[in-house]
Design a protein around this ligand. Structure first.
Ligand code: PMP
Length: 447
């Protein structure tokens, strides 16, 4: 990676209890003002962030292994992105692209056409959040095909709006008591190598899905199949090789729109621009958000021109979709990703972490699986010898890491996965310190 001039010292410093007194005071004010339904996994209020650190309101400097859920890949205050934001904001922060268009939106669309897999003619529409991109991808697929059924997968996460809740698999906390849900969503079994019968190859897992679709729905009823190429919230599940290509091939043969939800996996995170590329899969539509704009809210659907252009004018859009400041941030973010070669950097981080995580698994016996790609890595915590999920230990380890100054996130259908999503610009030394603290937290909790 090109040398980066960090603004904040890249060090882990814990000088108070975590949360410290100022964080605790803010937590009390928050409780009286902010809806209880918005949780925070880390009870520490941020004051600053740069490179691989988040500095809290008590002056502690925490190692960030979460990137605000895979968002701040270029850093949370990347100078080039910050400059692009202030430059655009000094001119106009909004006109509404549906009223008076501007070039930033078009430039982002051109970038996404070039970066996403496939050399077919593409179009793009921009939104504010991953869920909004997913909703619109489904709208586009339904309109373009004239079909209504949508296939989603076990362990899927696609968002919290009504349609995306229906696509999301996990009940608590995402769905319970929020129904009724959007109809015509059909859930199929995922390929989950660690938990599948060991004999199930990717091709066989795909055949199981295809057989169910054909016998239970009929291919001609299906508008779209939506899948995360590596599932995020569901547990960083990497499907067995062959699963995605066989499903994509079947979709193409049957006029079903193959939607890759790359909201979490996109933009260099897995060591390629998009996770689909690892298996040469070319989606018809791809949904993107998170890493795209260095922290500014921006999301996109990019895909086959004939699908996106099938929609009548006015059928897609929104007041803020493709906001000019967010577009300026995205253009600077993509430049930074190229300049700093963050795809290579993600693979370097994988090379640093994987042997350490595997050694920790062998040493402790409570890690059933180590998986992921690039800087999207996870350990699945289980009861030794049984493979049964251990969400209690998982939570305790994340909490123990935090008290030592390292932010790690958990995920998984069974709440038993610790995921690593460091900013791609984190330095080696800091990243290794973070991994060592995580290991120490695990050792302490099982001792
Ligand atoms: N799809 C995937 C794969 C995601 O990981 C997420 C967010 N975790 C979403 C959709 C929803 O994105 P947002 O939170 O921006 O609505």
């Amino acid at each position: 990676m090109t040398e980066i001039a960090y603004r904040l010292p890249q060090q882990r410093i814990v000088s108070t209890a975590l949360p410290g007194p100022h964080s605790a005071a803010w937590a009390a004010r928050r409780k009286a003002a902010v809806a209880a339904g918005v949780g925070s996994s880390v009870p520490v209020f941020a004051a600053d962030a740069d490179g691989g650190v988040i500095v809290d309101v008590d002056g502690n400097s925490l190692i960030d292994l979460g990137s605000g859920i895979a968002v701040t890949s270029v850093g949370a205050s990347n100078p080039a992105v910050a400059a692009a934001i202030s430059e655009q904001a000094a001119h106009f922060a909004h006109t509404c692209f549906m009223i008076t268009p501007y070039d930033g939106y078009v430039r982002v669309a051109e970038e996404l056409a070039a970066l996403t897999p496939g050399d077919h003619d593409k179009r793009t529409v921009l939104f504010n959040s991953g869920a909004e991109a997913v909703e619109n991808a489904i709208k586009i697929a339904r309109l373009a095909t004239g079909r209504s059924a949508v296939v989603a997968f076990d362990h899927a996460y696609h968002g919290r709006t009504n349609l995306t809740m229906a696509l999301t698999a996990k009940s608590i906390p995402y769905k319970a008591n929020f129904g009724p849900f959007a109809p015509e969503i059909y859930r199929m079994p995922m390929s989950y190598p660690y938990r599948d019968e060991s004999t199930l190859t990717g091709e066989q897992a795909a055949a199981r899905v295809i057989s169910r679709i054909e016998t239970q729905l009929g291919a001609q009823a299906v508008a779209a199949l939506i899948i995360e190429p590596i599932q995020g919230e569901g547990g960083f599940i990497v499907p067995a090789p062959g699963f995605l290509p066989v499903l994509a091939e079947w979709a193409r043969a049957n006029g079903v729109v193959f939607i890759a939800d790359e909201v979490q996996t996109g933009f260099a995170r897995t060591g390629a621009w998009f996770a689909c590329e690892h298996e040469g899969v070319v989606p018809d539509l791809i949904t993107m958000a998170k890493g795209i704009a260095g922290g500014m809210p921006l999301a996109a659907v990019t895909g086959r021109a004939e699908l996106l252009d099938a929609v009548h004018a006015g059928g897609l859009g929104g007041t803020y979709g493709g906001n000019p400041v967010a577009c300026a941030a995205a253009l600077a973010t993509l430049d930074q990703m190229r300049e700093l070669d963050l795809c290579t950097r993600a693979r370097e981080l994988e090379a640093i972490a994987m042997p350490r995580l595997r050694a920790l698994a062998a040493e402790t016996g409570v890690i059933g699986d180590v998986r992921g790609r690039g800087a999207m890595l996870a350990i699945e915590i289980v009861k030794p010898g049984t493979g049964l999920p251990d969400p209690v230990l998982t939570k305790a380890v994340a909490a123990a890491a935090l008290t030592r100054g390292v932010v790690v996130l958990t995920c998984g259908t069974y709440g038993n996965v610790i995921r690593l999503l460091p900013p791609l610009v984190i330095g080696n030394e800091l990243f290794i310190d973070g991994l060592e603290v995580l290991a120490e937290a695990l050792r302490t909790e099982i001792a």
